[in-house]
Design a protein around this ligand. Sequence first.
Ligand code: NOJ
Length: 530
Amino acid sequence: MLTGKFRDFLSWHIYQIYPRSFLDTNGDGIGDLRGVTAKLDYLKELGINAIWLCPCYKSPNEDNGYDVEDYRDIMDEFGTMDDIRELIDQMHKRGMKIIMDLVPNHTSSRHKWFQESRKSKDNPYSDYYYWFDAPPNDWQSMFGGSAYQFDEGRGQYYLHTYAVGQPDLNWENPAVVKEMQAVVDFWVDMGVDGFRVDVIDQISKDFNGANCFGPRLHEFIHALFGRDKTKHLFTVGECWADNIEEVRRHAAPERDELSTLFQFDHQDIGRADKFTYVPTGMQELWNRLCAWQERMQENGLLYSLFTDNHDNGWLISRIGNDKQLRYETATCVAAMVYLLRGACFIYQGQEFGMTNSCHDSIEEFDDVESKNMYAELIKTMTPEQAIAKINFGGRDNTRRPMCWNGGEGCGFTTAKPWMPFHTLADKINLERDQAAEKSVWRFYRDLLALRCATPALTVGSFAKADLGEGCCAFVREAEGSKVFVVCNFEQENQIRLPESCGKLLLSNYGHKEKKTGCFQPFEIAVFELN
Ligand code: NOJ
């Protein structure tokens, strides 16, 4: 069982906000911090008690804020330091927590540290980044091309695991560790409650091996979050590398490193690679979720429950049926994921069942990864084939402005939006969903309320159950109360329920009671167990 500080995090319902696309309050077509403050009551109503704010620091936006120019200032388009103070204040007044996005692996090439570092080999900042006379290996940038870039100023190559404008910080230099501790402390003093930590598995490098889980990773993370000033924080590390033993070590409470990690095993379903669709059923999603749930539970570790974020197309567009059975798919996935044991993360737009968008031209995209990928793809295929891949896997699917309603500006802006809206904005938007008989939003609200009110669903243990083919089931149990969750997959299915199934607590088919018998496509049911 989870004890102490991590136990509380099991009841955190964290809403991820991509500020650029959330709500524009000053009519420039770009979302801003005041827009976030304006929607706090909306989020509370949904059952959210914390937000993770994607980077809002000063940035030239080569990678939409993940290229930080100043960790202690706000991006001009998003507002001011006063706006963030007001947001933190308003959140705390409502009993909500705020998690900032910390980007410790790299800065923008416009950051003062890099501007100084590139000037010479012997100034106070010269070792803040990794410099080489020649590339030491053949690492590739995550956004395409070599990970090493020649810099005229210094006459050497620097490492950039991501875009050219995102040089990697050299954590071997103790001054860098100190700088990043000071950044963390600055935001802790501002009152934030935690951090989502960008590509944390990459900050320690092994230039003879892979660019992740380097030899000093534990030490560096501990230096950030294992201090008296930081131990109480909620910290979630982004960890793309799929290594369960390392993940388990980093999340072990006694090590004072991270509260939990995002891992992406269940994100890789429905695709051969990020841009190539392969049909995959719910069973595969369940197998992967279940394996991680069991392994994290073994040692009482905190698991992170999420389906979507700003780095992938929508999950319900990769599995299930996001056309005819969009409501059913979205609600079934929600039950399968958020009734498990862990901290919950919900991405903006997910709560009303957003799906992938479909555009004709690369001009309608903004993302550096998609643009680089498109340039590569058209070397070997037609523009139509290339754009289809970008439509499927591109990060802009989840980054397009929020569709609060289906009108002009979608309730997001009164100006031209910084990026075109989803092509489905008139059909899939919050207002329409809330007015519909089958509302994804209402299902999320009911699910989160049930979670909150039911200790078995927050702090309870997890045990897989077997009801036969084509569905999954599990039991959550705490303090003598037991809850039983059944999720049917795509086909209609005869399901024999355990005799002990009592009151029906939640249904996505509007049932008031449910007995052994036929389950509809993607039907879920949650029972009290007698
Ligand atoms: C992961 C972030 O989620 C992604 O959006 C970003 O491009 C990379 N890290 C680089 O910071």
